[in-house]
Design a binder for this molecule. Structure first.
Ligand SMILES: [Zn+2]
Length: 295
């Protein structure tokens, strides 16, 4: 999460800074156990005075204190609002959105533009393709898993962070919807910070093997330069992203998306067949084995 901190310095300057913060211990089982604290130095641009900020976080609360300030204010910026997570769970338009963005990118490449403008446009297009595949992978995974109780169970069993957390039977029966929401939010946050996590998850939970996707992780690194360095690398060289590189990336992404779609459709069809044949209850029998903790 991010915290925006504002206060006035004694020199009269106004300090407004956004800090990155890892937040509470997310694998904790109780509010008190989730306590974590952080320290950070904020420097006044006006006079150079250093201020020591102390941040303490639990699931339920975040506190910021900075000695010698009077008008301290802070705001916890949640990366994902509740409605974002809920709409991700319900979304069925991942493929349409990916298609739309990737065809738009290809259309935009066809415009003939002066070379110096082209470099910036290609940077943006490259970054957009990476964002499109990332959004597809994340959103398809989340909506597929969260809408299938058996898959949620598989995720909880196979994910090292979630496996550490004990879910009580009370939580499972009375807070099933909340629990689904928490898991979806956890996934969104995790994938947002590290796309590499998604490959083992697709494999462990959905049995979908991406194969060698070194090209994707390389593209994520290039995107980083496109977005955060305006297309220039650490040494100040402009990244040459030509049309061919973008077309190639779109092809690779589209191939991956089609493979995943095929598998997801096959899975849905198999489930539909199962449902018409047997009267196997989908919930909650299998969940009994989830936890010994009776609360
Ligand atoms: Zn100052």
């Amino acid at each position: 999460m991010e915290i925006e901190i504002t206060f006035s310095c004694e020199c009269g300057a106004f300090i407004d800074e956004v800090m990155d913060c890892d937040g509470p211990n997310r694998s904790a089982t109780s509010d008190s156990e989730s306590f974590r604290e952080y320290w950070n130095t904020l420097t006044c641009d006006g006079c150079g005075k250093d201020y020591e900020a102390h941040i303490s976080c639990t699931f339920s609360d975040t506190k910021v204190s900075i000695p010698e300030t009077v008008d301290l204010n802070f705001d916890v910026i949640d990366l994902f609002e509740e409605e974002d997570v809920v709409s991700e769970i319900k979304s069925t338009r991942q493929l349409d959105i990916y298609r739309k963005v990737s065809t738009d990118v290809i259309s935009l490449l066809r415009y003939s533009l002066p070379q110096e403008v082209k470099a910036t446009l290609n940077n943006m297009l490259y970054a957009q393709v990476v964002t499109a595949i990332e959004a597809y992978l994340s959103s398809s995974f989340i909506s597929t898993v969260i809408n299938d109780d058996a898959l949620i169970r598989r995720l909880i069993e196979t994910d090292p962070e979630l496996a550490k957390r004990q879910f009580s039977l009370r939580e499972i029966f009375t807070q099933w919807e909340d629990l689904k929401f928490l898991v979806a939010r956890y996934l969104k946050d995790l994938i947002f910070h590290d796309l590499k996590k998604i490959k083992p998850m697709y494999s462990a939970v959905l049995d979908i093997d991406f194969g060698n996707v070194a090209w994707l992780f390389r593209a994520v690194l290039i995107r980083h330069d496109c977005v955060h360095r305006n297309g220039f690398d650490k040494d100040g060289n402009q990244q040459e992203i030509n049309n061919e590189a973008i077309i190639e990336l779109v092809k690779q992404c589209t191939r991956l998306v089609s493979e995943i779609e095929e598998r997801l459709i096959a899975r849905k069809e198999a489930l539909a067949r199962e449902e018409t044949i047997g009267d196997k209850p989908r919930f909650p029998r299998h969940l009994f084995e989830l936890s010994d903790q009776t609360d």
